[in-house]
Ligand binder design. Structure first.
Ligand SMILES: Cc1cc2nc3c(=O)[nH]c(=O)nc-3n(C[C@H](O)[C@H](O)[C@H](O)COP(=O)(O)O)c2cc1C
Length: 258
């Protein structure tokens, strides 16, 4: 069973390809997370978790979910992380989840995929050539990863150095608190009130007002980019930072890599 979360499509692409090639089921965890649905998930085949990296770690809300939902059946668990190039100490959380679930940690694969973060100027979005290049490489690497899993082998990841833990563990909560603000989000007149932004928000930080326009909670969110990138009218902005930037969504490139 492939369990995944994906805000802009990279992780979903991997999850669905894996499900197809491994003749397995996939389950998008978005609805369960939104609804606080912790009913058990059973699988006869190994569990495979697929998710993006947010600031050198898997999403905090997803780690919390996977630590607490009951996974039953098969006792092996794999992890697959998609990032813009640096998955940091994500494997540490994979091992933590495996321990909590009393499952066997079967290793992790890391995929360097297109960047999607437009709420900061520090991480530039990529040119189309580089996006296509990364997606092609992803497809090649995915074949290898799938054959490892098919054969019941462990996945081998790079060594994580001590300094990475020392820097990341205290840094991430501080950075997230300072940066993951919701206040700068706003909608433009072109908003059609479809409510998609509300539906894709894993943390339920968006409500619709009487005109069916989005209103963000003032509590920090996770900056996953689901609302801003999936708006069908590109009618969401983040202060001045997102102005003029394209919205990354994997599905815009899928026809170009076959
Ligand atoms: C809030 C946020 C933080 C991110 N932090 C990192 C990071 O630390 N390292 C990295 O390589 N990519 C980082 N990224 C890029 C994403 O991990 C990457 O684009 C991922 O494949 C997106 O997956 P998705 O399309 O399934 O949502 C970040 C993206 C977001 C939105």
């Amino acid at each position: 069973m492939i369990l995944y979360f994906s805000a802009t499509g990279n992780s979903e692409f991997i999850a669905l390809e894996m499900a197809r090639e491994l003749n397995d089921e996939s389950l998008n965890l978005l609805k369960r997370i939104k609804e606080n649905d912790y009913s058990p998930i059973n699988s006869d085949k190994p569990f495979i978790i697929v998710c993006p990296i947010y600031v050198c770690e898997p999403p905090v809300f997803l780690v919390k979910y996977l630590m607490n939902v009951k996974l039953t059946g098969n006792k092996n668990i794999y992890f697959t992380f998609t990032s813009g190039g640096y998955a940091g100490i994500a494997a540490h959380y994979g091992k933590k989840i495996a321990r909590k679930q009393k499952m066997k940690y079967m290793g992790r694969a890391e995929f360097k995929m297109p960047r999607n973060y437009i709420a900061s100027n520090a991480y530039a979005l990529l040119e189309e050539d580089e996006i296509l290049n990364r997606l092609k490489n992803t497809k090649i690497k995915l074949n290898d990863v799938i054959s490892y899993i098919k054969n019941g082998n462990k996945l081998k990841g790079r060594h994580i150095w001590l300094f990475e833990y020392i820097v990341t563990i205290p840094f991430v909560p501080i950075w997230s608190k300072l940066k993951f603000k919701t206040k700068p989000f706003y909608y433009l007149d072109s908003c059609i009130g479809c409510g998609k932004c509300q539906n894709v928000c894993p943390l339920n930080r968006i409500k619709l007002n009487d005109l069916k326009k989005p209103v963000w909670d003032l509590e920090n969110c996770t900056h996953c980019m689901a609302c801003i990138s999936n708006c069908p009218k590109e009618a969401i902005e983040y202060g001045e930072i997102s102005l003029g930037k394209y919205r990354y969504k994997l599905k815009n490139y899928i026809g170009k890599i076959d």
